[in-house]
Ligand binder design. Sequence first.
Ligand code: ADP
Length: 383
Amino acid sequence: MSSILTLNAGSSSIKFSVYAAGTAPQQMAVGQVENLGAADARLTLRWQDRTTTAEIGPADHDGGVQAILSALAPVLDGADLAGVGHRIVHGGLRFGAPEVLSPQVLEELSALEPYAPLHQPHNLAGVRAAMAAFPHVVQVGCFDTAFHHGRTFLNDAYALPRRYYDQGVRRYGFHGLSYDYIAGELAHLDPVAARGRTVVAHLGNGASMCAMLDGKSVDTTMGFTALDGLPMGTRCGQIDPGVLLYLMDHDGMDSAGLTSLLYKECGLLGLSGLSNDMRTLERAGTESADSAIAYFAHHIRRELGALTAVLGGIDTLVFTGGIGQYSPATRAAACKDMGWMGISIDPDANAANAAVISDGAVTVRVMTTDEELVIARAVNAKL
Ligand code: ADP
């Protein structure tokens, strides 16, 4: 039997899955290494209905991949590892589809590091570690930007002097693996609706929304970086660039300070002063927690209206991501008083996180996304 390993390397963690190769890859094991770079990295593996956790001591990305390999030895026993798939946040202007990773492609992807400084270097560290560990196995990069590739100038430009557009300062959009999965599932669930106008709200720690026509991205809320659009767990979302100028001129902030502020201290955490985690905020019930949740929902409504206008109407609305799937309160607040748009939610179905929660003309769905499966399928297609 052949197997496929998927790796999703972040700044301090590497999530991984093993699939049996095939046109419908079957997940055999899943896990993650956390706390990379700290003294106490930890590996969790779920395999054959058992979850095990092991301390692996201090480890960088190389050490993390090595620990994953050791932990997977019994899983891969007798199975030939046919390919490794990597989640890579940025594919730039060139990569609009999964790509087999060669040293030359890696070099091109490294050149995109300034576009996604908090993600791309870690993604590529994972690739290098896996290439060193499996020099003869095909490695495939799957890009979060790829789903949005090829949108029109109207949808991917900023109103900056044209030379910046030509230089690559564009609205790339992200969460593409999740949107790809949802588009594919919708095509199974309701092929007619999937050809129509769909807005998908991917609401996790990172959050964005995508307007799709016939399963293809038309517009999305994230832009040049994964900071734009909706407020997120710790990211600011849409902001007047004048605020940044003010912070530079009057608070003496430099690029490093702004990066840390905008990526790590804003969003639900900054607004509530309490937590970036929606469950904690919902339980807290304090004024600042409630207003942070209300702000989040308000911006989902705003973007829903805007994306619906871009599509000229809406047939299907999908909620996914941890908050999208499990927070009835957020879904209800985001869809409140939207009957005029055909969006109305059945309170019982919503409370039960049911697959379909609408009671109006627009079908409102709650779906579980699966980015790893999208990667495994892409690898399988390259075998
Ligand atoms: P990531 O972007 O890191 O993959 P997830 O998609 O796992 O994030 O989403 C994490 C978010 O989902 C957190 O804010 C978490 O509080 C929220 N969440 C998960 N389960 C629930 C729940 N039962 N109720 C409300 N929010 C939830």
